[in-house]
Design a protein around this ligand. Structure first.
Ligand code: A2P
Length: 359
């Protein structure tokens, strides 16, 4: 069987990488449809060496489509994905639009592949920062359980999209030219105030919650619980996040501190071994050789890199990790395409009778 695949947001930072990941995937593609806003209609992109013309998205764009890969922002997903599902397509959505919907599985294949089978037409791809953290913690969670996770992120500018990459480049150039830096996108496009990211740090990603945390931090807490425990509010693992935007173009870094439930058979060496053999993980940890993960090395790769593995001598049963991944690949396009590959592999490319949004 071959599949018609539509990429919604095909011209964006993640969408262009979805095209590449789909080209390299095991999915037998009959035809690919590249969808964006009317601004990009008529633009010509390539799929497996063939020209494909970008189309403006309408509900009818999804007629005869089997699989949708979406990364055109939450509003476009909310508008178009129920239309796609109504027409019989299964959608894997990289936006936050449906992640917390109890009818929508939130999936990282290395961690909760089985959840895919519950889908009603929409499967959500988690936030980039959440994905690389749960991939790193999964093998440890399996053998020792987790009581608490405290994470600080160092997130690349590309997480805010193609126009944000341009803004970061422009600011760096302005600064080097001795000009004032102009800012219109960071930290959050829709907010009242904008600040330069180049040569700076911004401790705000997404809007603020009433409790003073940001929505990005909120996502890391609740997505982690939904992926690892099946319930976004499960108190079994306590999660605390501080998310910071750094002037890196691609590749998120995370300082992850965690406490296990049962430390009986664990130490730093065992944690290293678990990571070394973990799904989707590469251990880069050798202080003697100054070997540790760096965003510039992770860029272009779909693995999650872990180093700086340490025991907390002040708190037995607690450990530190440094986790890096390409936020546009494992954090977005690659994870989305991996979910689609699992759908194909398990013959789940079909919507059930009680599909998502059925009236
Ligand atoms: P366009 O190129 O026409 O603006 P990024 O995440 O890099 O900012 O990219 C966002 C992607 O989502 C782009 O492909 C953009 O298309 C697309 N997009 C934005 N808004 C819509 C919309 N309302 N309908 C369809 N595609 C959209």
């Amino acid at each position: 069987k071959e599949y018609n695949v539509a990429i919604l947001g095909a011209t964006g930072a993640v969408g262009t990488r979805m095209i590449q990941q789909l080209e390299q995937s095991s999915i037998p593609v009959k035809q690919v449809k590249l969808l964006a806003s009317p601004r990009s209609a008529g633009k010509v992109l390539q799929f497996k060496g063939q020209d494909v013309t970008v189309e403006a998205t309408t509900p009818e764009s999804f007629d005869d489509v089997d699989i949708v890969l979406a990364s055109a922002g939450g509003a476009a997903s909310k508008q178009f994905l129920p239309e796609a599902v109504k027409r019989g397509a299964v959608a894997v959505d990289n936006t936050s639009a449906f992640r917390m919907d109890p009818e929508v599985p939130l999936v990282v294949p290395e961690v909760n592949e089985d959840a895919i089978a519950q889908h009603k037409g929409i499967i959500a791809n988690p936030n980039c920062s959440t994905i690389q953290m749960v991939v790193a913690l999964k093998p440890i969670f399996d053998v020792a359980g987790l009581k608490q996770i405290i994470v600080s992120t160092y997130q690349a500018g590309s997480g805010a999209g193609q126009t944000a990459i341009q803004e970061l480049d422009d600011e760096a150039q302005q600064h080097l030219n001795g000009e004032p830096m102009t800012a219109d996108i960071f930290p959050v496009k829709s907010e009242a105030h904008h600040y330069p990211l180049a040569f700076n740090l911004l401790p705000q990603i997404d809007v603020f919650e009433p409790d003073g945390s940001t929505h990005e931090e909120w996502k890391m807490v609740h997505e982690t619980k939904k992926i690892m425990l099946g319930d976004m509010n499960d108190p079994k693992i306590k999660v605390n996040a501080t998310c910071v935007r750094v002037p890196v173009v691609i590749g998120h870094g995370e300082s992850v501190y965690f406490e296990v439930e049962d430390n009986t058979n664990l130490d730093a060496h065992k944690v290293q071994e678990l990571i070394k053999h973990g799904d989707g993980l590469v251990l880069e940890d050798d202080p003697a050789e100054q070997l540790y993960p760096q965003p510039i090395n992770a860029e272009g790769h779909t693995d999650t890199y872990v180093g700086r593995v340490r025991e907390d001598p002040e708190n037995p049963g607690a450990y530190n990790l440094w986790v890096v991944a390409d936020n546009l690949l494992k954090g977005a396009a690659a994870n989305t395409v991996e979910i689609a590959e699992k759908l194909v592999e398990h013959d789940l490319v079909r919507v059930p009778a009680d599909y998502y949004g059925k009236e």
